[in-house]
Design a protein around this ligand. Structure first.
Ligand code: 3PY
Length: 246
């Protein structure tokens, strides 16, 4: 798997025409960037983008923890596989806080995705209150231990981890490069303790108001391998500028 990654989480934004235009602009600009780009549109548009090639990959923003059956409104890892989706975000803080996604569900989703050959982008991150109480490391460690429970060493090469401090999501506030690096180094060492040296290969993305103005400083940090981008992924200029910040 590529180590340098910039992934765009479009969240519940963009209609069909705007999305098509944006993806075309991204594909055009992709030749100029030295990293893998992942575009994560809303579910209705996944299929229309999923035949992209080269360094632009397609990711879902969620997946069901179940296989198939009477689960209205859900979609399975096998369905994503059948339309050639490459990645899926799991455990985003918006899913946890707005839709009650639990660590156990995140873990089940990670296993379903890996079983169908889709790479999970596993999100973790603390709230402002937890940081103020100096609990950020404890919280993130627990999220990782639970999300990755039961994984084999071999599956590590198909995992991406994204650190997204909740207080920096959609707020315009970004973690300083020092704060982000400190947490990424902690995540790296936690993963190595859990899985051994092979875990050093897991790409660690920073997410939370990452934009062209701060991407260079963040990506220069030793343990930051790229970004999971929210608002700035909705315009090709800013998304590609971030991808050129390595
Ligand atoms: C943000 O940067 O707002 C994100 O949530 C990216 O996933």
């Amino acid at each position: 798997m590529a180590r340098k990654i910039v992934a765009g989480n479009w969240k519940m934004n963009m209609l069909a025409d705007d999305g098509q235009q944006l993806i075309q602009e991204i594909v055009k600009g992709a030749a100029e960037v030295d990293c893998e780009l992942i575009v994560c549109p809303a579910a209705p548009f996944l299929q229309s983008f999923s035949m992209l090639k080269g360094n632009v990959k397609i990711g879902a923003q969620n997946v069901s923890a179940f296989d198939n059956g009477a689960y209205t409104g859900e979609w399975s890892a096998a369905m994503l596989k059948s339309i050639a989706v490459n990645y899926a975000i799991v455990g985003h803080s918006e899913r946890r806080s707005l839709f009650g996604e639990t660590d156990d569900q995140v873990n089940a989703k990670v296993h379903k995705l890996l079983a169908d050959g889709i790479k999970p982008i596993v999100c973790c991150g603390e709230t402002l209150e937890q940081r103020e109480e100096k609990l950020e490391k404890e919280v993130v460690k627990l999220q990782l231990v639970k999300a990755l429970d039961g994984l084999t060493e071999e599956s590590l090469e198909n995992i991406v981890v994204a650190y997204e401090p909740v207080w920096a999501i959609g707020t315009g506030v970004t973690a300083s490069a020092e704060q982000a690096q400190e947490m990424h180094a902690f995540i790296r060492s936690t993963l190595v303790k859990l899985f051994g040296d092979r875990a050093t290969e897991i790409p660690l993305l920073y997410g939370g108001s990452c934009k062209p103005a701060n991407a260079k400083e963040l990506f220069a940090c030793e343990d930051i391998d790229g970004g999971l981008i929210g608002g700035a992924s909705l315009k090709s200029e800013s998304f590609l500028a971030i991808a050129q910040s390595f």
